[in-house]
Design a protein. Structure first.
Length: 98
């Protein structure tokens, strides 16, 4: 399994808009071939800090996600909401086995 933790820092005045845009991306991402999980996490102490937990069956499926219409729309929509560039960190998912 190919897992990416995407660390996101959103401008304070854009938090609600980011959540809404990311909800739409999430709803489409979980329908993708090879998607195992697509979780959106918000830091309760710093509401502008998020982690997107993206798990795909393999690296090819994760790369295919980045070419989807909904991802490209999300990326464009949230670009100006970022307080800092987002950072994706990749991991090999060991368990659960899929």
């Amino acid at each position: 399994m190919h897992v990416t933790l995407v660390h996101v820092q959103v401008k304070p005045d854009a938090v609600e808009a980011f959540i809404e845009a990311t909800r739409r991306n999430h709803e489409n991402s979980v329908l993708e071939e090879g998607n195992c999980r697509f979780d959106v996490l918000q830091d309760p102490e710093q509401p502008g800090r998020f982690i997107l937990y993206e798990a795909y069956a393999d690296e090819a499926e994760a790369k295919a996600h980045k070419a989807t219409e909904h991802y490209l729309k999300w990326r464009e929509e949230v670009a100006e909401m970022m307080a800092a560039p987002r950072e994706g960190v990749c991991y090999h998912g060991l368990y659960p086995r899929i």
